[in-house]
Design a protein around this ligand. Structure first.
Ligand code: ADP
Ligand code: MG
Length: 353
């Protein structure tokens, strides 16, 4: 794979290139529920890709090596992914014997409707299937993350708003378990819309969320923060306490327009508040591999962000709106669907990075 040189890379992305992660794993873990191999249940585009891994149950690989017929495929040619690049091998996740400290990931894009909340829920659920302890943080006053997990946040007296703005609130007053084993939630509701204004007068206003989350970090393996669709003070709070930003981007031309501003914001937070912050990955969502348009957008993202673009892309499917109504992730709503398998593939990539 050709790579831009480091200077061009940094100029384009505002972030240093990541080293490749070649950690040799000894023990590995399968996702918790034993799933049948993925099938397309909705008749929509299923070209979600995802790296081929040993033991993965990808339909494309099923039965490989068991046929007595000769294979005419060139076995030395790497398998091409939906990003137009050869799939990078990804190690199976290691079995964890202890938990924490957490890797904090801000799911961030100032555009709405690009799959931030959907990806927060489903990446979180998939990480938990691999035995990771996950804390999901709803930082959008719309409370879509809470609703998507079946938590009636509008009925709650205490939410992340209280945790951030009332020092007397204990984290245990706000933390709620979800129906998913290993996944907890800090819920939000419309109260949080007042936070942006109130934070302006706080001392250390950008570090408010960091202070609130601190007691939970040693207990979790991953903290995923579902940001609101703006680059305001709440989002800056998320960036200030994150190790990395995961950018979900819809595979449509209009979604490229805000990327420079987002990268610029990450840069500013990195240089002024949080030197550890980096762009951890770019996730293509709402992908329809049948259209040239979607493939062109992905090619442009790969040109700009290189190996930061996950090999796994999330296809467009009506299953996701259905899961919102059901209040559960796709990994439990339709565990054998290609969409569920895509988020498992993403979880493997995130763990390996
Ligand atoms: P954001 O949090 O960025 O605003 P959401 O995750 O809420 O975006 O997604 C916006 C809408 O699109 C929701 O109705 C969701 O169910 C739907 N959606 C998300 N991902 C997909 C997808 N891959 N295919 C089809 N619809 C999707
Ligand atoms: Mg959202």
């Amino acid at each position: 794979m050709t790579q831009p040189d480091d200077a061009a890379w940094i100029a384009a992305t505002g972030a240093p290139r990541r080293e490749s992660n070649a950690a040799a794993e000894t023990r590995t873990v399968e996702p918790r529920p034993a799933e049948p191999r993925p099938v397309d249940q909705d008749g929509e585009a299923v070209d979600h890709g995802g790296p081929a891994v040993e033991g993965a149950q990808g339909a494309d690989n099923a039965g490989a090596g068991t046929s007595s017929y000769p294979s005419y495929a060139d076995e030395t040619a790497p398998e091409m992914g939906p990003t137009g690049r050869p799939l990078r091998p990804v190690a199976e996740p290691e079995v964890l014997s202890a938990h924490g400290p957490a890797r904090v990931i801000a799911m961030c894009n100032q555009k709405g409707g690009v799959g931030k909340t959907t990806s927060t829920i489903n990446l979180g659920a998939a990480l938990a299937e691999y035995g990771r302890r996950v804390l999901l943080v709803d930082l959008d006053p719309q409370g879509a993350l809470s609703a998507g997990l079946g938590v009636p946040a509008h009925e709650l007296d205490r939410t992340i708003y209280n945790l951030m703005l009332e020092p007397s609130t204990a984290v245990t007053d706000v933390l709620v378990p979800t129906r998913l084993e290993g996944v907890d939630l800090l819920p939000a509701n419309i109260d949080l819309s007042a936070a942006e204004v109130q934070l302006i007068n706080e001392v250390g206003r950008e570090q408010t969320l960091a202070r609130a989350l601190r007691p939970l970090l040693p207990l979790s393996d991953y903290v995923l923060i579902d940001c609101q669709p703006s680059l305001g003070l709440l989002t800056v709070n998320a960036l200030a306490c994150s190790h990395e930003v995961l950018m979900p981007l819809a595979a449509e031309f209009f979604s490229l327009r805000g990327v420079a501003l987002l990268v610029d914001t990450v840069d500013k937070v990195q240089s002024r508040i949080n030197p550890d912050l980096k762009i951890g990955g770019v996730l293509v969502t709402m992908f329809d591999g049948r259209t040239v348009h979607a493939r062109d957008v992905v090619a442009m993202l790969v040109e700009r962000f290189g190996e930061l673009v996950f090999d796994t892309v999330i296809s467009r499917t009506v299953k996701f709106p259905e899961t919102t109504v059901a209040g559960e992730p796709i990994t439990t709503y339709a565990p054998a669907s290609s969409a569920a398998e895509a988020y498992r593939a993403l979880a493997r990539e995130v763990i390996a990075r």
